[in-house]
Design a protein around this ligand. Sequence first.
Ligand code: 9J3
Ligand code: ZN
Length: 289
Amino acid sequence: MRLRSLASALAAGATAAILAITAVAVPPTAGAQTNPFQRGPAPTATSVLGNGPYAVSTANVGLVTGFGGGTIFYPTTTGDGDFGGVVIAPGFTASSTSYLSLARRVASHGFVAFAIDTTTRFDQPDSRGRQILAALDYLTQRSSVASRVDASRLAASGHSMGGGGTLAAANSRSSLQAAVALQPWHTDKTWNGIRVPTMIIGAQTDAIASVASHSRPFYNSIPASSEKALAVLAGQGHFAGTSNPDWQGRQMVSWLKRYVDNDTRFEQFICPTPRATGAISDFRGTCPG
Ligand code: 9J3
Ligand code: ZN
């Protein structure tokens, strides 16, 4: 298109034509922004099965209101901007100490990961959900690493009753970017209010929060219009959440990367189904997009 044509298009007031000309005139790369939330190098099939590239520091949180304190894991570097944040809530009678390896792993991939304690070890799932949200608020507003966390890119996670709490937190705070429920347990099987991209990680031989009675009904109740996935860890039992198996970390980190960081480099680990590998006995989900 020559300028003379542009001039006549302008004269004719052909807005659509002008927009088309502008699009053609701009080189494709000049308009394509690098994802500002992307952190770390491109993943590989092996890098997602272990700890990530970031050195990690910790901060202990003692007496607070709204939840029971815990340990924050965060990338040590201040040279990579801020990071998305995720709170990990424990299961019934458990404490944050059972989730430190998992939190460290998530942080090492470029997140601020907060393994929390609950107010009492007997708190029920909905209470754990409220405590996850209180801990996210603490993390972004009052913690010693508040400036390192992007308050607009937060996720909920937790194990067992903490996984039930994760569903409750996602259901009540739709501004969360992602949720990852690990072998979740909850008496409520209807989560049709969830709009937050939610991954449920079940464990094949779990007899406490069985896939058939918990993870699968939870998954099925989330509307298909919400991003969701169900991954079942082959041969794992209820305490996968505390033992930090590689494939649980792989799926959790990939989900957080995809939805908290908008990092499509990790889509390959979510979709197409990883079931064929043998480490995942069942997988279903809406593909990202
Ligand atoms: O690890 C858990 O949170 C177990 C959930 C459970 O067994 O609840 C039974 C009351
Ligand atoms: Zn989609």
